[in-house]
Design a binder for this molecule. Sequence first.
Ligand code: MN
Ligand code: MN
Length: 263
Amino acid sequence: MYHHIKKLMYTVNVGTPDPRFGNMLLEQFGGANGELAAAMQYSVQGLNCEDPDRKDLLMDIGTEELSHLEVVGTLARMHLRPLKHRNGNAAADDPLIAIAGGGGVSLFNSMGDAWTADYLKITGELDVDLRSNIAAEARAKIVYERLLNHCDDPGSKDALQFLMTREITHMKAFTLALESLGKNPFSIGKIPPTPGLVNQYFDDSTGVGDQGEQNARGPWNQGGDWEIVESPALAQGVENFESSHGKGAEGESRATTRNRKTA
Ligand code: MN
Ligand code: MN
């Protein structure tokens, strides 16, 4: 059940409206990492969630995102409103807002692309969804940071600082909710990965790049259970690949490998 209270979650003040900045703000209104996408993603995940405690979390944050949508929409509207009236080349510069939108906001991103449910990541697997949400909050945070870097208006910056901060709060809550499930972080779903193969790191990009980048080693490919497989494609590593599946010593897959090599 939803209820609207005629009060913004955070007070919005704008000194001098800047329609160009208002357009940038639409990225967080109807954009891929914006507030509507966040609100819908978490709320629909919540509908699907069978864990009552995490369902509460998803509904809490999904609902807060709707309040953010109202704040950023109000802020964008204040910046765009001058476009409603004859104002320099406004109509030529931005007919979508000036002519079609009457200086108001609609569910478009900063480039005028319509909002789409394709932005949403909803898998119906709680830990997988929580990972998507942590990444979504990180993206929302960095977009707000960039908006702050392109803004000089103190009132606008104040509201954006609030919204940016809340995304970090959400990222923290989703991260701790994921950790509190107590799952091995590399265990997703129920079917286990193939032993051996899962620990093979394929060194598929080699040589020295234009920027001096070289073959790197780090905890992502060495130490622990890692086994580096050097340039498997160049080393005709198809055989390695198949033998690590426990087949291919004899029989059909070996023959297939040989045929492929001579083809
Ligand atoms: Mn938000
Ligand atoms: Mn958030």
